[in-house]
Write a protein that binds this ligand. Sequence first.
Ligand code: BTN
Length: 331
Amino acid sequence: MREKILALLKEKSPSFVSGAEMAGRLSVSRTAVWKNVNLLQADGYRIERSPRLGYRLQEVPDLLYPLEFAGDLETKIIAAERRLIHYHRQVDSTAEVIKKLAEKGAPEGTIVLAEEQTGGRGRMGRSWYSPFAGGIWLHILLRPPLTPAQTPLLTLLASVAVTKAIRRLLPHVEAGIKWPNDVLVRGRKVCGILTELKAEPDIIHYVITGIGINVNIDAGKFRTELKDTATSLYLENKNNRVSRQKLTAFVLEEMDTFYRQYLSAGSLPVIEEWKKYSITLGEEVTIKNVLDVFWGKAVDVDSSGALVVEGKNGLRRHFQAGEVTLRGTGR
Ligand code: BTN
C-alpha cells in the first residue's frame, strides 16, 4: 500500500493530491491513506499536508523502493520488469528469501533487495554487517543454460559489474578486484559477493548471486575486527553520502550487460574486463583452500576463472576456489 500511495504522490508531484482522490483510486479508506502517509514520513519522505488540498511530495530519501531506482532501468533480463523486483525493509538474509522464490519457480532475473539484514551472511560462514539503508543488500536469481563447471565465471562477472558501476558513479574512487570477487578500494573491502547454485552434474537449476556493497556506513559503525579491513563508499568519497538508488540501478545494468554478453560471446570478454580491474595479478599471494596453503605469484586467470599461481620452483597451479591474501598488504 505504501508504494501505491507513493506512486500517486509522485504522479501528481509537484501538485497536491487529495486524500479522497487517493482513497478512491486505491479503493481504501482515507484513514488508510493517512496512516500510510505517516509511514512514508517516518521513512524520511517529506510530504506537505494541507487540510484543503491534501498531500504533496517534497523530498525523497535514499531508500530502495523500486519506484525510486527502477523507473529508467535499461535491463533486458535482470529486474527487467517491476514484478521481478522483491523489496523488503528488513529480512534475515536476502539469501533465504530468494531461495524460497527460486524453489517456487520464480523466473530468471528476479531480484531481492532489503534495506536491512538481521542475519546477513558472508563467505566461509562469516556474518555480513547489513545496517538499515547503509548499503546495497541484493540477491539476483539466474537460470543460465550452462554447466555447473561454468558458474565460477558468474562470480567474476558480478565483481566486474560492481566495480564498473562504482567507477561509473564515482570516477575518482579506484575500485579493484581481489580474486575471485572481493571489490576493494585502497586495500579495504567495499563489496563481497557470494554465489550458490542448485544443480545436477550437467544442468543448473538456478544460481543465486548475493551482493553486499557498503555504501553509506561511517567508520565508527564497523565492528572492531572489520575496522582495518572494510571500508564504505561514503568513506572513500571524502565523507559524502552516495546515492544507493543510482548505484543499485548501475549495478543491475552492468550485471545485465555482462551476463548477456557472457551467454552470447563466452567467457573471454568477462575475463578481459576482470583483468583490467584486478589487483591480484602480478602480486605475491598466499592461497588457502580446504586442502592446503600455497605461496607464489598470481600470474593469470584461465578461461574458467581459476587463478593461476606460480610457485618458487616454477610450478603453476590452477585454483578454482580459495582465500587469497596479498602478501604485501596482508589482505
Ligand atoms: C563475502 O563474505 O565476501 C560475501 C558477502 C555477501 C553479502 C551479501 S549481502 C546480500 C546477500 N545476503 C546475504 O546474506 N549475503 C549476501
